[in-house]
Write a protein that binds this ligand. Structure first.
Ligand code: NAD
Ligand code: MG
Length: 392
């Protein structure tokens, strides 16, 4: 990278799968990056260890009951400590923060991401739920404040990389690749039998629990379709999904002349994380290299939207616009947590999402307050549906 100054990074959700890998990237590229902010929700022990090792200016623990433990441990190290959700909105705006990596999971990412945009901080976005909930608002605000949003999600990083140098060339469509998850090829009867343990075993990626379940239900791909619509300013019919079980082709762009560009590599999130942090530069690294002879076959197939209804539902929410995707996201967060708590079966998740979308009030042009109200309403509906399902 040409500029000599280290980039100061705030990592929201540093104890998660993306957060811990981002810290590895930053440690490996310490001449380019330094850690200014680390945040976590529950895992105070890991947050403390990370802070002592990476020496941020500030840490935030979401769970206020852990504040004392974090402060006692970091006081002697001269690291400032805060607690609670509102603190996230303040720390992203600090002067020493040059970029905010949103690696926290779920709707909780919305307000801190908005605060970072309003403080004119470039965003490295892993937290796809923020764009699903309020993509119109987030991209409008980013445009208004002149803030770039760099994708961390591997598919969107792939699209972004394929678009380099194509600024004046219209995109005909994009293809998001999907591994298909652990239950690819199953029918509805088989899906009705799957266990939590099986759903948590992703064939190609080691990720947090929520996205792993979303990958098994195909909701992750649905959320990514919506994420892509906002990141790249596309119409829903310009976005297609193709199942590619090897997860080597990370996604593709088809231009107006029919030419298709793909971005490829081993399934390793450290590469898209590093790309988002270092853009427009590519930094040398020691990540394992792809070997073509290890993969004599790369295969592609159509997704099964009849069995994996979440994917069809995401497209439907995208067509409806307004608060529809916000509602589906909230229902899905509730349903996935209920499944992880063993309160509902795997196959009930999509139905709860679908029914919540039908029952929640539609808002055509939501404000931030509307999104917050829709999220709360959808959570209440989905919680009730979850309770009824659990009684069956
Ligand atoms: P994870 O569950 O491993 O980690 C989540 C992090 O967020 C933790 O640090 C946790 O403390 C924090 N967090 C959780 N709830 C919070 C709340 N209410 N307030 C503040 N912080 C909270 O999740 P992950 O797999 O690292 O995923 C993070 C985000 O990145 C998700 O939006 C996911 O969809 C996206 N993503 C992840 C991967 C991956 O490989 N893991 C790939 C692409 C995109
Ligand atoms: Mg992805």
């Amino acid at each position: 990278m040409e500029d000599k100054k280290q980039k100061g990074i705030a990592i929201l959700g540093s104890t998660g799968s993306i957060g811990t890998q981002a810290l590895e990237v930053i440690a490996e590229q310490s001449e380019h990056f330094r850690v200014e902010v680390l945040t976590a929700f529950h895992n105070a022990d890991l947050l403390i260890r990370q802070a002592i090792r990476h020496r941020p200016d500030v840490v935030v623990i979401g769970n206020e009951s852990k504040y004392r433990q974090v402060t006692d441990a970091l006081w002697d190290h001269g690291i400032k400590t805060y607690a609670g959700a509102a603190a996230l909105e303040q720390v992203v705006a600090m002067e020493n923060v040059d970029m905010v990596l949103t690696a926290l999971v779920g709707y909780a990412g919305l307000k801190p991401t908005l605060a970072a945009i309003r403080a004119k901080k470039p965003i490295a976005l892993a937290n796809k739920e923020t764009l699903v909930v309020a993509g119109e608002l987030i991209t409008r605000e980013a445009g208004h404040y002149g803030v770039n949003i760099y994708p961390v999600d591997s598919e969107h990083s792939a699209i972004f990389q394929c678009l380099a140098g194509e600024f004046h060339n219209p995109v005909e469509k994009i293809y998001l690749t999907a591994s298909g998850g652990p239950f690819r090829g199953m029918n509805a009867d088989e899906l009705a039998q799957v266990t939590r343990q099986q759903a948590l075993q992703h064939p190609n990626w080691d990720m947090g629990a929520k996205i792993t379940i979303d990958s098994a239900t195909m909701m992750n791909k649905g959320l990514e379709v919506i994420e892509a619509r906002w990141l790249f300013g596309l119409k829903p019919d310009q976005i297609d999904v193709v199942v590619h079980p090897q997860s080597i082709v990370h996604s593709l762009v088809q231009f107006k002349d029919g030419s298709i560009k793909a971005q490829m590599g081993l399934p390793d999130m450290k590469l898209p994380i590093q790309h988002a942090l270092s853009y427009p530069y590519r930094l040398p690294n020691d990540f394992p290299r792809f070997n073509f002879t290890d993969y004599p076959q790369l295969t592609f197939e159509a997704p099964d939207c009849d069995t994996f209804r979440n994917l069809a539902l995401a497209f439907e929410a995208l067509q409806q616009e307004g608060n529809a995707a916000c509602v589906v996201n909230a229902a899905n967060e509730v349903a996935v947590q209920a499944f992880l708590d063993d309160a509902i079966p795997f196959a009930a998740i999509a139905g709860i999402n679908e029914q919540t979308l039908q029952k929640a009030q539609f808002v055509a042009q939501p404000t931030l307050d509307d999104y917050m109200a829709s999220d709360a309403e959808a959570r209440a509906i989905a919680t009730e549906l979850t309770r009824l399902t659990g009684q069956l």
